[in-house]
Design a protein around this ligand. Sequence first.
Ligand code: NDP
Length: 363
Amino acid sequence: MRDADRRTIIAGLGAGLAVAASTACAAPRGRKIGYAVVGLGRYAELIMSKFAECDQSRLVALVSGTPEKLIRFGEKYGIPASHRYSYADFDRIRDNPDVDVVYVILPNALHAEYTVRAAKAGKHVMCEKPMAVSVAECRTMIAACRAAGRKLMIGYRSRFEPYNQLAIDLAKKGFVGPTRIITADHGFNAQPNQWRLDRKLSGGGSLMDIGIYSLNATRYLTGEEPVEVSAIESTDRRDPRFATVEDRITFLLRFPSGIEATCVSSYSSNHNMYRVTGTQGWIELEPATAYEGQAMRIRRDGRTEARSVPVPKGQHAGQLDHFAGCILHGTDPLVPGEEGLADMRVIEAIYRSAREGRRITLG
Ligand code: NDP
């Protein structure tokens, strides 16, 4: 490797880390921001365990429809009975000054309702992806938080993950030349009998749940919004898992600068990668958006090399502390409600393209 190349890569790494530092938390400044977690399912269980790594965030309240979970997690995390809520008495959270943020980790179709109720209770909101199940719902959520003067952030955790941050930085700088093509594949083999496979609760199939990572990555890697969408769906309707939602949906996005992205979304095969191909090589992450274990390879000047980046703080704690920092310092989140809305706009266009069998132009 030429020294000049090495220097550029090191500079790139440094820039990536600078991005990481700027999106992570500042040093603790006394008060920690208090979070109430709503919906104590599998992802909430992981999130609750991550407060131990946080500098500016703490878990202070629980909301659940399952009394046994309120007791179990309440005891595990030292949450007193006064700070445990059912869905029916959720609105009482307005009277709890320890709760600054409501973190909505419910099935997708419930995100809008609980975001609006949280904002009306005077709380800031962190909401899981997908933000909601329609563009209309996303707009309602943004409006409710704005009317209440509260912040809204979407749980796009990859933006707080150092390999993704470096990939964004290198792509923006044209490290492998100007980007021409992005390929992004995400999927897993969906287990039967869960809300994800019930359109009323999920709003859709693999695209809403996992394909959204492919879409979101193309947007953060280009910094552009797609102007054209084409998609094809492949679903075996004899498979009882796919009675109401799609399995695979493959989509092509065209961006204003001429970049094209080809993306896979699947509920019947495992994928977790993206590759940014420029005029002089490519940058690849596989896995790209997993909870941990990201691996990066870069091909440039005919040589392929693995890159490793220090990971000073996990992406989940980084995400929680970023939002806490925004509240403490009065700044805007890196991934506000408008980010969730932008994805949902494209998701609706992807579904429409697949349904109507034609290209959809986005204004
Ligand atoms: P789970 O099924 O594991 O948990 C959902 C929880 O929501 C349930 O345990 C239940 O908690 C509550 N709930 C309330 N009403 C219902 C209902 N009608 N049906 C089912 N559950 C209900 O789902 P996940 O934790 O995997 O997903 C929750 C959200 O988090 C989704 O929006 C998903 O997309 C997102 N997610 C994000 C990830 C990320 O990496 N950013 C990863 C995984 C999920 P209780 O018993 O306490 O009421």
